[in-house]
Design a protein around this ligand. Structure first.
Ligand code: JDE
Length: 243
């Protein structure tokens, strides 16, 4: 997978070259290229923003600079790219999104700052039949899209074959069965007077699986009833309902 990121703060993306993601890049599982948006400015001040039409607070990122940057970066590779715009106004980015994008050949992230990017940049790309996804990583406002890109790249790249040492861990992700993960424990058996639940040391794998499922259902019902309500009819068996 090729990943391009266009930003006015390339340094913000440095963490992508650390640890797991860094190893995925060194192993050639991911090609990462970070581009400074100001490369495509033409004025001495390298202006990337201007006042919003219609008034209102803050500034908007100029279409000319973004248009030239997108065209230039797209042209660097003939593989079709999914253009991703992180924004509070986007569709929710979920594990399902990460799963879907992990099959893409190329992702191109555009990091907006200020109040956002002139809408015509997205409109122009879409009318050229480019895939443009405006997505939100959560209902809060960040100063720029860079942090959202770190989140999304990590969620996607960890799903690529060969990236995680233990692929089972991605398959048994939280949300993979639509429920939250239950509690996890490791040694010692007793820590500060708190013991590991006996069932987990019983060696009875059926009982352990049942206990884990019950804890996941309990936690999901308590913290994310919306996820429980969204489960397909056949997702819960009689034992689940009994819980
Ligand atoms: C592209 O347009 C953007 C992008 C961003 C950065 O992304 C996020 O904040 C985000 C992404 N998922 N959840 C939040 C922020 C603004 C923005 C800032 C101030 C007021 N209004 C909007 C605009």
């Amino acid at each position: 997978m090729r990943i391009d990121v266009i930003t006015i703060f390339p340094g913000y993306l440095a963490p992508l070259r650390e640890a797991l993601l860094g190893r995925a890049i060194s192993a050639g599982l991911v090609d990462l290229a970070v581009h400074d948006l100001r490369t495509w400015t033409r004025d001495v001040h390298q202006a990337v923003d201007d006042a919003p039409y219609g008034g209102g607070p803050g500034m908007v990122m100029r279409p000319q600079v973004w248009g030239e940057a997108l065209d230039a970066v797209l042209a660097l590779d003939e593989r079709p790219a999914r253009i991703v715009v992180p924004t509070p106004a986007g569709r929710p980015f979920t594990q399902a999104t990460a799963q879907a994008w992990s099959g893409d050949e190329r992702l191109l992230f555009t990091c907006g700052r200020y109040e956002g990017i002139d809408q015509r940049v997205v409109d122009d790309a879409r009318r050229r039949d480019l895939t443009v996804d405006e997505v939100s990583i959560g209902d809060y406002v960040l100063v720029g899209g860079e942090v959202a890109v770190l989140v999304m790249v990590e969620a996607v790249v960890r799903l690529l074959p060969g990236v995680l040492g233990n692929p089972a861990s991605a398959e048994q992700d939280s949300f993979s069965d639509g429920l939250l993960e239950g509690p996890a424990f490791t040694r010692p058996e007793v820590w500060r007077g708190l013991a590991v639940p006996d069932v987990l040391r019983s060696g009875n794998h059926a009982k352990i699986a049942r206990w884990r499922r019950d804890r996941a259902l309990e936690r999901t019902a308590e913290r994310r009833p919306d996820l429980l309500a969204a489960l397909p009819e056949d997702a819960l068996d009689d034992a689940d309902r009994a819980f």
